[in-house]
Design a protein around this ligand. Structure first.
Ligand SMILES: *Cc1c(COP(=O)(O)O)cnc(C)c1O
Length: 436
């Protein structure tokens, strides 16, 4: 009997083929830059719970979770069933619906700074409109943002913005007029003195300070003790609108987000990722006196054809109700899994003598390949991104999918089991063993 010997490398995987086709018709082959990695990303066919399956039939344990969107994991059956029922009744009306009112009531009940809320379709839209509203309210133009904080891909905030921008070395995007960003003051995170200086110099010009209360777009970076309270005090003293960008932290760190966890009341907040329950939806909101400036009640124009569409709203309503009903169990469970992961990873690092740091908070974590403690963008940037990519690829080979950038955050969902975490730690150990 003869056995045909063929070189495996002659055969392209389906993902490889799809990436080649994609690159011809989609810039870089992807619809959001961070999804691209060398030699090619895997193309997903389906996903369920904590697992994602690619076009070649490989299964991965997923710690990207659509960049933190899927707190219940992929395809939660109750969300899918609610969507199925809503589809029978139509997907887009161009008129208000009862469910929008219910969702707004639920959001304002859970997120304490939001006395009123407006729905939009993406996190970028939410921050853009929150900033416009704050400018109208204060009648000032300048905003303060922090190095490495990402608030979406729009002009005013695409300045030293972390994640995709950091990975691809375009701290400021091409195509943004200097005139646009001259009103954006960029400061280091966790640096009270820098903030006090800037605010003293520009007090009467600054409309808003926008901040990720816990940074998730330059890797994971935590606020130092008391920092957020100081930011709140300084902005309050000067009549500056404090906007918490809770697009990642909202419904993740607690039902009421980072503002609940840290006990701080910002003036406005932005929500999106988890809020959408796997569908495109965002929200911005805040104090009544600020939000009442929005059209048609006030003079700030903000609109969207798909805003508040019944499909996304149904997904959001179902997700938030599930979270609310089981909040105690869900958030303590996520914290336990997060601790199991971060503690395990720290042990591996010290056992293997790898120069790396782990930052973690509840279900969020990231490893940084640096000897420095990572407390801001500058220290995050000391990381060895080559090492990270080697680590990333070894994990991928073993069926573990973490976001393909040193400057992203890993997320655990309620669909992950302790066994998932333990198996992943074994894979991480093997990946780290290849790095020395
Ligand atoms: C993802 C993200 C955004 C942008 O949301 P999109 O829906 O991608 O526009 C804004 N702010 C933060 C903190 C984010 O993580």
């Amino acid at each position: 009997m003869t056995v045909a010997v063929v070189s495996v490398s002659k055969y392209k995987s389906k993902s490889e083929e799809l990436f080649e086709r994609a690159k011809k018709v989609i810039p870089g082959g992807v619809n959001s830059p961070v999804r691209a990695f060398e030699p090619h990303p895997f193309f997903t066919k389906s996903a369920k719970g904590s697992k994602i399956t690619d076009e070649d039939g490989r299964i991965y344990t997923d710690y990207c979770m659509a960049y933190g969107s899927l707190i219940f994991g992929h395809s939660h059956p109750e969300v899918i069933e609610a969507i199925r029922q809503q589809l029978e009744a139509g997907s887009l009306y161009g008129t208000p619906t009862q469910k929008e009112v219910e969702l707004a009531e639920l959001i304002t009940k859970t997120v304490s700074c939001m006395q009123m809320v407006r729905l939009a379709n993406s996190g970028a839209e939410a921050t853009m409109h929150a900033i416009r509203t704050a400018r109208a309210f204060t009648r000032r133009d300048k905003i303060v943002k922090f190095e490495g904080c990402y608030h979406g891909a729009h002009d005013y905030v695409l300045v030293q913005a972390g994640s995709g921008a950091t990975t691809f070395g375009t701290a400021t995007s091409a195509g943004i007029p200097e005139d646009t960003i001259k009103n954006t003051i960029v400061l280091p995170f966790n640096d009270v003195e820098a903030l006090e200086d800037a605010i003293t110099r520009h007090a009467r010009e600054v409309a808003a300070v926008i901040i990720e209360p816990v940074m998730g777009n330059a890797g994971l970076i935590l606020p130092s003790d008391g920092y957020l309270h100081t930011v709140r005090r300084i902005t309050e003293e000067k009549g500056i609108v404090l906007i918490f960008d809770e697009v990642i932290t909202g419904f993740r760190l607690a039902l009421g987000g980072a503002q609940q966890l840290f006990g701080i009341m910002p003036d406005m907040a932005c929500l999106s990722k988890i809020l959408g329950g796997g569908f495109p939806l965002a929200a911005f909101g805040g104090k009544r006196e600020i939000m009442e400036n929005i059209s048609p009640r006030g003079k700030v124009y903000q609109a969207g054809t798909y805003s508040g569409n019944p499909i996304s709203v149904t997904a959001a309503l179902t997700t938030l109700k599930l979270l609310e009903r089981r909040a105690d169990r869900i958030y303590s469970g996520l914290a336990d899994l997060g601790l199991r992961m971060s503690k395990g990873l720290k042990d591996l690092i010290s056992d293997r003598g790898v120069g790396a740091q782990v930052n973690s908070l509840s279900s969020m974590f990231q490893i940084f390949f640096t000897d420095k403690r990572v407390v801001d963008y500058a220290s995050a940037k000391t990381s060895d991104t080559k090492k990270f990519l080697t680590y990333f690829k070894h994990l991928l080979d073993q069926g573990v999918f973490v976001p393909p950038s040193q400057f992203e955050t890993c997320f655990i969902s309620a669909a992950h089991a302790p066994e998932d975490v333990d198996a992943t730690l074994d894979s991480m150990d093997s990946a780290l063993s290849k790095l020395r």
